[in-house]
Write a protein that binds this ligand. Sequence first.
Ligand SMILES: C[S@@+](CC[C@H](N)C(=O)[O-])C[C@H]1O[C@@H](n2cnc3c(N)ncnc32)[C@H](O)[C@@H]1O
Length: 456
Amino acid sequence: MDSKHHAAGSAAARRAALLQDGFGHLAHGDPVAAAAVLEQAAALPPVPGDDDDAACLADACAGWGEALALAGDPAGAAAAYRRAITIEESAGGRARWAWRLAHAEALAAAGDGVAEAAFRALAAERPDSAPARLGLGAVLAAAGQTAAALDEVREAAFLAPGDPAVTAVLAGVLVDAGDALAAVELVEPARRRFGDDPALLVPLGRAWAALQEPDKARAALAAALEADPADARGAAAVLAALDGGDEGLNPAYVRALFDRYADRFDADLVTKLAYTGPALLHDALLRSAGAAGRAARWERALDLGCGTGLMAVPLRPAVGMLAGVDLAPRMVDKARARRLYDMLSVGDVVEAMEAQPGSWDLLTAADVLVYLGDLHPVMAAAARALRSGGWFAATVERRGGDGFALGPARRYAHADSHIRAAAGAAGLAVRLLEPCSSRQERRQPVPGTVFVVERV
Ligand SMILES: C[S@@+](CC[C@H](N)C(=O)[O-])C[C@H]1O[C@@H](n2cnc3c(N)ncnc32)[C@H](O)[C@@H]1O
């Protein structure tokens, strides 16, 4: 064998080995590891004229798509499935149905407008496919085309009677269509049969809310949150809307979310989401101190929503006494293990500030205010907690226009004007307020704002 053929042969063998490894991770429920390995398998150049290698490459791309979808990157998943489909179709004929369906589902999950056309093509090809009709119905519902959505989802329910996924979507569309009672009648028997499935409980909660039964709505939504603290279906946002929408997220929800997340937090945030909040905040503090001609040193600092303690790393050398507070006990355990704080407590940030008025030179909140809505109470508490000349520094997600709003990822975004208004109302002077991005979502930087305000 000449060296060119040898190299091609070993590339094919390497891809096959990576493919096996990647599917192994998928089978063991580790989509993040699977995505990393299958990405490598998909990146190896194709071996010219080798049909088996081309098939292996298409499998690698489809597997990568599956892993990305499971890891919460639907846009990446759609692109990987698209590549698998293109490779398979280059050999002639249509790519396999399962990949085309998964591609459409990934497009829909990514909020890509092309999803409707993809599902329409699938539903036209196989009008008796419940997943295709359900997918089309769900995208039409998301686009506000409620009547057309109802037709498609009812068809899916006829094709797959009793399927809980279809029942859940149908219930949601019925609520959108103004028939909340039909949604309750549909979900209650399914709930008895399938138990507390959050997919059923969230539309049930929405239905009870529409029927002016807030207690029943709260019970269903709380059960959904308990069954799925990561809240993939947005129960917390419905609860927040039910409670007037501007009181921040339910603390029980935030605590459960981060307690569950504590073990994976550092690795996920730093590697997957490219999180740089503490470094950004530290840099903003250094520059503000430079501009004010002050030493970048603080006697007593309180790190609000300290989490696992990432903020303590840059802060520790600049602070005399460093305290931290967080709602989630397991996050506080992780922070304690870092051995950088002098004092740690479990509790709410506003209550922690109110507990020790006039006693802090520095308050920090890295990626924490995204869990609070209106910043007026936080700024007012910070103003009371700070000594004269003390600083409050934080990062938030940025929203254009005015005010603040809860986004689909159940994090609040705040307008710069809202930050200024809340600081001004509390008597805090803005020393720095500028755009930044402290994390990525779907591999795109999330727009943010970093600010430093001073109790004058
Ligand atoms: C995204 S983490 C950021 C943690 C840390 N500041 C960092 O930069 O790594 C948000 C943290 O804020 C905490 N948190 C959210 N709302 C809170 C509140 N009202 N009171 C106390 N902690 C809160 C959560 O429990 C979580 O640990």
